[in-house]
Design a protein around this ligand. Structure first.
Ligand SMILES: Nc1ncnc2c1ncn2[C@@H]1O[C@H](COP(=O)(O)OP(=O)(O)OP(=O)(O)O)[C@@H](O)[C@H]1O
Ligand SMILES: Nc1ncnc2c1ncn2[C@@H]1O[C@H](COP(=O)(O)OP(=O)(O)OP(=O)(O)O)[C@@H](O)[C@H]1O
Length: 596
C-alpha cells in the first residue's frame, strides 16, 4: 500500500434549501481509486469543478468520505484518533494564500507550524531559514505578510508548510498567482523537496507545463478519474484532453500540429530539446506535394494603433506608507498614454507594481507624484467627477468572485448600474446584455452565485463591471485559477468585446502565452519602473532581459530560437503555435529546395 491509498472514495456535498427538507446532493467525487507510492511526484488535472480540491481535502482529513476509504500513511482519515497525525503527515497549500497566512511577520508565520508541532526553538529557526530560502523569500523575512503582493504571499504560505517537514505535500494550484520566475522557483523548490527529501508531492494545477515534471498524472472529469499515466502518455492524447477541457504544453501542441501537417514527429513531445531533436532527424521531410501557404503570417501591425487619448500618466510615482519603516516606492516616474480602443497587456514580476498601477487608472489610488488624465482632464483636479470615472473605467480585481454578494446572478450584475442611479428597467437591460456578452444565458439569471463554477463566477463578476458600460475595462489576472478551456473562453469573449464595442482593454497577466495571443501592446513593469512598452513581438525579442527581471517569453519564442541555433531558418518573432507551425514548415521546405 502506498502513502496515499483510496478505495472507491466518494463524497457528497449536501445543500439544504429549507430546514427539515431533503437536502440537494452534489456528488463531487465518485468511486475514486488511487495508490500513490511514497516519494512520487503526482499531478492532478481536471476542469473547474471536476473534484480536485475535494479530493485534496480528503487527503489531509479536512473532509471525510461519504463512501469508501482513504488511508494516509496507513491511517484511515475517517478515524478521529489519527486526524492530528494525518494533518502533520500531509501538508496542504491552498489556492488563495490570504486564507492561510496568520502571522504578522513573515518569519513568525513560517515558524508557526513547527512551533505547534512542539519542535525545539533552535530547530524552528533552522527550518524557517531553509524554507524561506527554498521559496526565495529570505529578503522579506521581517516584512508583514499583508504588505506583500499576492505572489509573494503564496511563497510564504508554501514555506509555512515546508517548515512542518511533512511526508506528503498537497499543493492546490499553488502557482496560479505567481509570475513566470516565481512559478519556476516554487516548482524548483517543490521538486527539490521531492527529489532530495523524498517528500511525496501531489500537485493540482491548470498549467500543463508544470505537469511535465510529474512522475505520474491523474486526470479528473466530473468526479471521476478518467486518465492515469506518465506525462508522455497523457499528453499524446490531445483530442481526449480537449474533451476534458484541458490542454497540452505549447511545445506538445506545436509538435502535434507539425505531425498533422504530415511531418514524421513522434507523439507526446514534452520538452523543447525533444522537439528540436525530432526536427533534426533525417526522416523529417516535407510531404510530397506540400505547398507554401499563400497567406502564411498574420499581418504584423508595424505601428501601434492610434486613437483618441484615453488614459495618460505623467511622471506618476506612488509610495506606500511614506516616512515609515515600511515605506515602499511601488511606482517610479511612470509615463504612458493609452489611446481609446487599444488592447494592452501589462506584465511584470510579482510585486512589480502592476496592481498599484491599474488602480491609478480609475482613481482608486491617488498618486503621490505626477498627474493622471482621463480624456484630457486631470482626474485629481478640483471638481473632477471621480465617481463617474470609476464607472467609465471599470476594474475587475483578482479573484473578483469574492465580491459577488447578491442572492442571484441578475441582481448581482444590476448592482453597478443601480449605483449609477439608472432606472430599474435600464439596469436590467444592461445586466442582461452584459451577461450575454460573457456567454451566460437566461438560465443563469436566478441562480445563486454560490452554485456556479469558478469560471462562471468569474464571468458574472466581469459582467457586473460591463453592465456599467465602461469605455475602459481593466482586468487583473482574469484567468487565474481557470481550466485551460475556461481561460480561452473568457479571453475570447474579452477580445470580442474589444472588437465589437471598441472598448479599451487593459489586461494584467502572468501568462505570457495569453498575452502573446491577444494583446497589441505590452507594458513591462520592473520594480515600479516601466521598462518596455511596445508591440508583443518586439518585447518578446528581449527574452533574455525579460528573464533577468523575473519574466519569460512564451514557450514558442524559446522553441524558435533553439531551432534557429540548430541551423533551421525559422522566424524567431513567431509568438503563437500557428505562426510557429507555418514558419517551421516554410523553413524545412526552403531547406529541401536549396538542396535540390
Ligand atoms: N462547499 C461546497 N458546497 C457545495 N458544493 C461544493 C462545495 N465545494 C465544491 N462543491 C462542488 O463540488 C464539485 C467539485 O468541486 P471542487 O472544488 O472539488 O472542484 P475542482 O476540480 O477543485 O475545481 P477548480 O479547478 O475550480 O478548483 C463542484 O461541482 C462544486 O460546485
Ligand atoms: N497596501 C500596501 N502597503 C504597503 N506595500 C504594499 C501594499 N500593496 C502593495 N505593496 C507593495 O508594493 C509593491 C507593488 O505591489 P503590487 O501589488 O502593485 O504588485 P503586482 O505587480 O501587482 O504584484 P502581483 O503580481 O503579485 O499581484 C510590492 O512590493 C508590494 O509589496
Amino acid at each position: 500500500m502506498g502513502i496515499i491509498k483510496a478505495a472507491k472514495l466518494a463524497f457528497d456535498y449536501l445543500r439544504y434549501e429549507e430546514e427539515g427538507e431533503e437536502p440537494e446532493v452534489n456528488r463531487a467525487i465518485d468511486h475514486v481509486d488511487l495508490d500513490i507510492e511514497e516519494g512520487k511526484f503526482i499531478a492532478i488535472l481536471g476542469h473547474n469543478g471536476s473534484g480536485k480540491s475535494t479530493l485534496a481535502k480528503h487527503i489531509n482529513g479536512l473532509l471525510v468520505p461519504t463512501e469508501g476509504t482513504l488511508w494516509v500513511d496507513h491511517m484511515n482519515t475517517a478515524s478521529d484518533a489519527d486526524i492530528w497525525n494525518i494533518r502533520q503527515k500531509a501538508g496542504m497549500v491552498f489556492q488563495n494564500p490570504d486564507n492561510q497566512i496568520i502571522g504578522t511577520v513573515v518569519e513568525e508565520d513560517v515558524g508557526f507550524g513547527p512551533e505547534n508541532l512542539g519542535v525545539p526553538t533552535e530547530d524552528i529557526w533552522k527550518r524557517v531559514d531553509e524554507s524561506l530560502k527554498a521559496v526565495g523569500m529570505t529578503a522579506y523575512r521581517h516584512h508583514s505578510p499583508n504588505k506583500l503582493s499576492g505572489g509573494q504571499k503564496q511563497r510564504v504560505a508554501i514555506a509555512g508548510v515546508m517548515a512542518m517537514h511533512p511526508k506528503c505535500i498537497v499543493l492546490d494550484e499553488p502557482t496560479a498567482m505567481l509570475d513566470p520566475n516565481g512559478r519556476k522557483e516554487v516548482l524548483k523548490a517543490v521538486r527539490e523537496l521531492n527529489k532530495k527529501e523524498g517528500v511525496t508531492v501531489i500537485l493540482i494545477t491548470h498549467y500543463m507545463e508544470e505537469v511535465v515534471l510529474a512522475d505520474d498524472v491523474y486526470v479528473m472529469d466530473r468526479g471521476h478519474i478518467v486518465m492515469h499515466g506518465v506525462p508522455k502518455e497523457i499528453f499524446s492524447r490531445v483530442d481526449q484532453l480537449k474533451k476534458y477541457r484541458l490542454d497540452v504544453p505549447q511545445v506538445t501542441l506545436l509538435a502535434y500540429d507539425l505531425k498533422e501537417a504530415g511531418l514524421a514527429i513522434p507523439d507526446g513531445i514534452l520538452t523543447i530539446p525533444e522537439l528540436v531533436d525530432a526536427l533534426s532527424r533525417p526522416e523529417i521531410r516535407i510531404p510530397k506535394g506540400w505547398k507554401l501557404p499563400e497567406h502564411t503570417q498574420k499581418k504584423e501591425k508595424k505601428e501601434l494603433p492610434q486613437g483618441k487619448e484615453s488614459i495618460k500618466l505623467e511622471h506618476v510615482g506612488y509610495t506606500y506608507n511614506p516616512g515609515s519603516a515600511y515605506e515602499m516606492h511601488a511606482l517610479k516616474d511612470v509615463n504612458l498614454e493609452i489611446p481609446q480602443g487599444q488592447f494592452v497587456g501589462i506584465i511584470g514580476h510579482t510585486g512589480s507594481g502592476k496592481s498599484t498601477l491599474i488602480q491609478h487608472f480609475n482613481g482608486l489610488i491617488r498618486p503621490t507624484e505626477g498627474h493622471i488624465y482621463f480624456e484630457g482632464q486631470d482626474i485629481w483636479a478640483d471638481k473632477f467627477p471621480l465617481r463617474g470615472l470609476r464607472s467609465q473605467v471599470g476594474l475587475v480585481f483578482q479573484y473578483p468572485e469574492h465580491q459577488l454578494f447578491e442572492t442571484d446572478v441578475l441582481t448581482d450584475v444590476c448592482f453597478g448600474p443601480k449605483n449609477q442611479n439608472l432606472p430599474p428597467e435600464e439596469c436590467e437591460k444592461r445586466a442582461k446584455e452584459a451577461l450575454e456578452h460573457v456567454g451566460l444565458d437566461e438560465s443563469y439569471y436566478a441562480k445563486s452565485p454560490f452554485e456556479l463554477s469558478g469560471g462562471q463566477k468569474r464571468r458574472v463578476a466581469i459582467a457586473g463591471v460591463l453592465a456599467m458600460n465602461p469605455k475602459v475595462l481593466i482586468l487583473d489576472e482574469p484567468t487565474a485559477g481557470l481550466d485551460p478551456m475556461g481561460r480561452d473562453e473568457i479571453l475570447d469573449q474579452i477580445a470580442s468585446l474589444h472588437e465589437t464595442r471598441g472598448i479599451t482593454i487593459i489586461l494584467v497577466s502572468h501568462s505570457m502565452e495569453d498575452i502573446a495571443k491577444y494583446v497589441e501592446r505590452i507594458i513591462v513593469m520592473n520594480h515600479g519602473v516601466k521598462t518596455f512598452d511596445d508591440a508583443p513581438k518586439k518585447v518578446f525579442a528581449h527574452y533574455k532581459e525579460l528573464e533577468a527581471i523575473g519574466l519569460a517569453a512564451p514557450q514558442i519564442t524559446y522553441i524558435m530560437y533553439a531551432l534557429k541555433e540548430k541551423g533551421l531558418d525559422v522566424d524567431t518573432s513567431a509568438i503563437n503555435v500557428d505562426e510557429a507551425t507555418t514558419s517551421i514548415l516554410r523553413a524545412l521546405w526552403k531547406k529541401e529546395e536549396d538542396h535540390k
